[in-house]
Each structure stands twice: as structure tokens, then as C-alpha cells.
Ligand binder design. Sequence first.
Ligand SMILES: *Cc1c(COP(=O)(O)O)cnc(C)c1O
Length: 364
Amino acid sequence: MKVATNRLDRGFFKYQDEFEQKALEVLRSGWYILGNEVKAFEQEFAEYTGTKYCVGLASGLDALSLGVRALGIDKGDEVLVQGNTYIASVMGITMNGATPIFIEPDEYHSIDASRLEAAITDKTKAIMVVHLYGEPADMDTVCAVCKKHGLRLIEDCAQSHGACYKGKMTGSFGDIGCFSFYPSKNVGAFGDAGALVTDDEEIARKIRMLRNYGSEVRYYFKEVGINSRLDELQAGLLRVRLSHIDELTKEREAIAAEYKKRLNNPLFTLPPERENANCVWHQFVIRCRDRQRLIDYLNEHEISTIIHYPIPPHLSECYECLGHKKGDFPITEQFADEVLSIPMFNGLTREEQDYVITTLNDFS
Ligand SMILES: *Cc1c(COP(=O)(O)O)cnc(C)c1O
């Protein structure tokens, strides 16, 4: 049996009628940019995340880079960010001229909050947490450090739609919460899309302006902005997806529970879960010291896997300029060498999961 790491078509066919109806409705409306669908989605997503404002954008990267800019963070400023994140988190910082200061992750793959204070200097302006793989970071400690040192808090929620820490939604802790709706994310569009959520009216206003060339009144430009508008078609389709999010999250939880119950091979470890947090299982990430052999074995059995991520940002070619070298962040590097994402997506069938589990347990 062939099992893919993701099957986006299954997420479409599950609600095919609703998606097609909405797409036709938008196409026939004659209004394609910044209209009622975007407005409605922004309202619904703010409500879902428990925040006051949501601004729809073209991508998660734009949410991060515009968000950092709206907080007034630029050249000479430092932002603490976990070492084991997707490159976009770091680019959101460096695109504004600021410097990322990498922090090692804890066992839950999120920023190790006990290492934050030692990294703070008089240049530190913000902490960026990434709720990686859908597992919330240690928000009690992170928030306490921010408060004590007067730092801004940025949440990269590109993988954590609906994940809660002590019952509070990720994205609602920080000054800004940055979301991606890339098709494979837990709330996925059918193209690129993103959003920023905040309780701060002034930040929301600024992001709204920046996404539209720095304009609030048509053809009057206050700042040099960018074009990062969420379009009506994506917003409409996202509203359909969002209306089913609880069901979609439950399905991921059930798949994760099955993996946790039945995977029992000592040659790899299963992802631990933080107490008082609800993981939404964007990925199900195991760790294996003999990873390449496991990947080859799974490939032979037609099961595909992905590594999130093989090269940590501090060792990426694009960040040679930061002057880091191998060995600077041993935990981050060990994760990069050992993590493996096994099939986890809405629409994974029971037969497929049974096959993945048996095959994984037979690895020797
Ligand atoms: C996907 C992702 C992003 C970027 O989102 P895009 O919409 O692809 O720009 C940022 N951070 C993390 C952790 C991501 O997984």
C-alpha cells in the first residue's frame, strides 16, 4: 500500500460541495479583492482565536515580517527565537534588519523558556515563539519573562491553529499572532494566504495600511508598504474550512492517539505532550537516531515521510552572514538530525494508518 505524507485532495473532497458552491459564489460576485468575504473571514478568525482584530494577508511570512515591522523592530534590535524553526520565522526578523538570537528548544520542540533570560541584552526587543508541529510553547514562563523585561511577544502560529495552552488559544498571548493558511496547514487555503491577529487596535490599523501599499485612503500613501492582500476567493474558501475546524482537529487528535497507543518500537521515540496544553498535531514527529535507515526502509514499503527541518536556520546558506557554525546549538542540531514526520493529515484512512503502524513497529 502506498501512503503519502499528505493528500490535500482528501481535504477538498470531504467538503467538496461547500467549497465549490463558495468558489462559484465569489467568482460570480464580480468582487475579488478586499470585500465581504475577507471582512467576514477576519471577523470569524478573530473570534475563533479569541482576539479583537484579524487582518488577512497574502502569506504567513508577510504576517511575520509586517508584524515585526509594526512593532517598530528594526536594525540593531535583537529578537529571541527558537533555533529549530522554519526559515520563515527567521526571515520575518531579518527582513526588517533585526538580528535573530537563537535559543535551544525544549523536549516539546518549542523554545526552551528556561534559557531566555540568559540571552537578553539591552538590544533585545522581542521574543518570538513558534508553536511547532501544533504543540504550544511554555507560555506561562515566556509571558513572565516578557513582562519582567518589557519585551514584545510574537507568536508564530503557522502550525498551531486552534492549539491551546491552559485553555487559551495560541495567537492570543502575544502582541501579535502570525498565521499561515498555506494549503497543508491545519486551516488551509487553496493557494497562499495568511493573517495577523492582535488585541491592539493601532497595530491592526498599521497592518491593514501596510498590506495595501501603505494606503488607508485610496491613492494617499502614508508609508512604503507592500501588496499583501488576502483575496476574496481564498477568504471564502477559508471560511468553509474554518467552519469545520473542530471536526478537523478532532480527526488529527484521533490519528495521534492511535499512533501513541500502538507504536511501540524502541528504535524511535514518540512526541511528548506538554501538560496543560492541547496539541493540534500539525505534524506527528518521531525521533530516530538511525533516521536514514528508517526512511529508506519506509520508502521500500511505499510510505513517504518528511523531515521538518533538515537544516536549522543558523546553518542555512542564506544565514552564513550571521557567522554561526556547526556545534553552536547542539540540541537544535540533534533535532535536525533525528526528527521525522510520519503521515498525519485529514483524510488519512484507518487502513493506511494500520499499515504505517505495523510497518513502523516491524522496523529492526
Ligand atoms: C508555513 C510556516 C510559515 C510561513 O507561512 P507561509 O504562508 O508559507 O509564508 C512560517 N512559520 C512556520 C513555523 C511555518 O510552518
